[in-house]
Design a protein around this ligand. Structure first.
Ligand code: ADP
Ligand code: MG
Length: 449
């Protein structure tokens, strides 16, 4: 029976939908015309109850003229046939909007989406399953169910990828759709430019006429009062027009410092889903899919080995694979586990080396204070650059084992005494300056992620 249901869905649904909703479900029991299906997340359950259960009922009705009941449960819920029969009832078919097969058009209008960030290339695993399902719902029915959709989670876990996949999918479904992807910084820059050039009307026209607005990394709205104000109005207009909004951040809205309360409350209107680091199995699957895409011949045990070495972040995982690949081509040697071990031994050393850590510190500090890296490393002696520069040096001294000359060097070739001075200055200020204490604490916790 299940095979029959799967085959029916396979012919009805796009492969993405099929993989998301049907493959993730499993039949638990079927007796006395009652089918119990288990699905992995609450979102899958909602979607099954609203759409798919009814379709299963119709399939069975049409093929063998039997009326069955479908029960959907989560893994941690008891078997509904054994428990009280009240909590599962099939919702009527009001919302049955079947997702139909759609093809990617050969022509794609210009947007700033990365071609690689599609649903096709996104590997589903435990940590991102719910986020992926929510993304798919929003792509298929923008503005209808989860508005705004908010993804949060650590760096390199696929937030940007998934957000852009929604954009691609929406364009596939409707090539006329206006999809706009921006980082929160780009939004802020556009806004500020529009004021300076007296083109605020154009700015508003541009942002308030889209069908889908994707704003990435909204934690960088912190501190930008005017931009938040403008975004508040953009949000309201789009929301009232039932246009879909998708946001990402490294943390929940209420944990973003200096984000206006009214924005926080709006961001909670829709659905917030977190993305957590991939387990080993998912990491292997991701590596396998990247290796296949690049037509690399890599034995399974080598992929497992690489996946075992990098356990936090998918960007690093990709970096590791690229490194192994480069190493192999350099040595004109096939990729094996021992070659991978050699390649990654170096990577790990690099990873711990002061060079990498200082760059990361500079990056975080620059972002935190809305400066460019070159300003941070430069020689300008204005207060709003000098203090962040000294903070970055302070953190480099505190958090890495880089020598003083090395740190100086990483900051555009400054003398080691400059580093000592910066460290002393910040240490001294920290004794009394609570804003600084807070900034340093924020930055340290960011860097620990
Ligand atoms: P974030 O925005 O959360 O920092 P990104 O979306 O930039 O992370 O992802 C980092 C890299 O990892 C990208 O190259 C992306 O394509 C890849 N990636 C992330 N998640 C997945 C996944 N589930 N399947 C395949 N690739 C992924
Ligand atoms: Mg991102």
């Amino acid at each position: 029976l299940w095979q029959f249901i799967c085959d029916e869905f396979k012919s009805k649904l796009s492969s993405i939908s099929y993989n998301t909703w049907i493959k993730a479900a499993k039949p638990i029991s079927f007796s006395q015309k009652r089918l119990v299906i288990e699905v992995p997340t609450a979102l899958h359950k909602d979607y099954w109850k609203a759409n798919l259960s009814q379709q299963v009922i119709s399939m069975i009705k049409n093929s063998i003229n039997q009326t069955i009941k479908v029960f959907v449960k989560l893994p941690n819920e008891p078997d509904p046939l054994k428990a009280e029969p009240t909590w599962v009832a099939n919702s009527p078919a009001e919302q049955t909007t079947a997702i139909t097969e759609k093809r990617r058009p050969t022509f794609m209008r210009e947007t700033k989406l990365n071609d690689k960030y599609t649903f096709d290339t996104f590997v589903i695993g435990k940590g991102n399953q719910m986020a992926h399902a929510a993304a798919l719902v929003v792509a298929e029915e923008p503005g209808a169910l989860y508005n705004p959709l908010f993804f949060f989670g650590g760096v390199g876990l696929g937030k940007t990828h998934l957000m852009q996949a929604i954009g691609h999918q929406m364009l596939t479904n409707n090539p006329q759709a206006k999809v706009k992807y921006v980082t929160s910084e780009a939004f802020a820059n556009d806004f500020i430019n529009s004021i300076q050039t007296k083109r605020q009307e154009e700015f508003r026209q541009e942002y308030r006429s889209v069908d889908l607005l994707l704003v990435d990394d909204i934690q960088f709205f912190a501190d930008k009062e005017g931009t938040q104000e403008e975004f508040f109005h953009t949000f309201n207009t789009l929301y009232d027009d039932k246009k879909q909004i998708v946001l990402t951040s490294d943390r929940l809205p209420n944990e973003i410092p200096k984000l206006q309360k009214r924005l926080v409350s709006r961001f909670k209107w829709g659905l917030s889903v977190d993305i957590t680091p991939p387990d080993l199995e998912t990491r292997i699957a991701i590596l396998r899919s990247k290796a296949d895409a690049d037509r690399l011949a890599i034995p399974d045990d080598t992929l497992s080995y690489i996946a075992g070495q990098i356990d936090s972040n998918i960007r690093e995982l990709e970096g590791a694979l690229a490194r192994v690949q480069a190493y192999a081509s350099l040595l004109h040697s096939p990729i094996t586990t021992s070659l991978a071990a050699d390649a990654l031994k170096n990577l790990k050393l690099n990873g711990k080396s002061s060079e990498l850590s200082i760059a990361v510190i500079q990056d975080k500090v620059a972002k935190y204070f809305h400066l460019s890296i070159s300003e941070l490393k430069g020689k300008k002696r204005v207060k709003n650059i000098v203090i962040p520069r000294q903070i970055a040096m302070y953190l480099a001294r505190e958090l890495t084992d880089a020598s003083l000359p090395k740190i100086g060097n990483e900051f555009g070739g400054k003398d080691h005494t400059t580093v000592i001075h910066a460290h002393e200055k910040i240490s001294e200020m920290l004794e009394s300056d609570s804003t600084l204490q807070r900034s340093i604490a924020d930055l340290k916790s960011e860097l620990k992620r």
